[in-house]
Write a protein that binds this ligand. Sequence first.
Ligand code: ZN
Length: 439
Amino acid sequence: MHVKQKLRGRYRMCGCCTDGSLVCFTSAMLEGVGVTTSRPANFQPDGSSMYSPGSLFQLLRDGRPRTRAELAAETGLARSTVTQRVDALLASNLIGPADKAASTGGRPPTRFAFNPNARYVLAADIGATHARLALTDLAAEVLAQSADDLLVAAGPEVVLDWVDRVGHELIREAGRDPDDLLGVGIGLPGPVEHSTGRPVSPPIMPGWDGFDVQGFLQDRFGAVSLVDNDVNIMALGEHHVVWSDAPHMMFVKVATGIGSGLISDGRLHRGAQGAAGDMGHLQLPHGTDVVCRCGNTGCLEAVASGAAIAAKLAARGTAASSSFDVVGLARGGNIEALQLLRQAGRDIGEVLAAAVSLFNPSVIVIGGSLSQAGEHLIAGVREIVYRRSLPLATQDLRIVQSSTGDRAGIIGAAVMVIDHALAPVQVDLLMSAAPAAMS
Ligand SMILES: [Zn+2]
């Protein structure tokens, strides 16, 4: 895996892919931290050592301060080893001293806690007609943000130039050191191959097919960049803010189109090509002859999306051309809009009932613009899912409205970068890359 990254301002020639400007992940893995190709027994599946600073750091990411003695007790590591690791993490600024712990006598021991301000992240959420960009800390808290009306159909150069320009403005205005940028995360409104950071035949994004979004952003910002589709980052954002205790969650975006993001065992499930969760083009069990934009008939999206409901209202003589019009009509008490939303909820419920049987989530979150129309959509979803799914799968299943609303994407894009860049092996890379520069 040749994910290019800048290690605290130092550049090295990659020994395995001859990329001369930035050290790549594989090269750094093998050389930077002294990892050999034959792993010692104490190495975990992700390449980090269970005794490494990066692994110890994972315990502190929950924000709870701990003393050296508590860390030793929790990990079973020798006190001297914990002290060594804590010193390395202190030098990196990723942790800092917190309050003093209570002591039975003498000087109280120092507690240490995760320092979310050690670095920062740029998070972008690109929609069909709107773009948001935020600077967040390492806990995905938004520190500064900017938004603009921007057509994704204007093409990758226009949109990504905006991310480049506004991103650097946010960094400058916040007074942050460009070298402290941990990474850039971006969500796009179309299918994305996450491993390469390239859109794949996105229907509403002319000019983006196969474009190297990841490489473009890495070159402009000199930091690791990760790309995903908008629904996946919304799922990550909602999960991070509201449902971090629920390891199995499904996020359904109902807007102009319909899609879902799956959180399985606390992690985003992308599938083999990053196409998991694309439920908008599943065929409704009861069948319909409505033609979908994908060319098939009877797709859920062709029947229950905001665009589909707006078209049905327009056909009945009500002025509506978008999901925002549908939301406005529903909020105004338009009976037809409310009935169509309820039916759309039932149609979505038909597909979700199958997903519940296959995936067994404990939470289904309904988000996207249409979820803002009130309870009618969700009531329709609940009606069918609870009736159609087996009792064991629904006894503790909650179906709720999104709490993060239009912030979900930004937060999720930040979480995507943070989870990648603060994983044990990545933290170990940071520790070993340039210890002198991190004081
Ligand atoms: Zn379709």
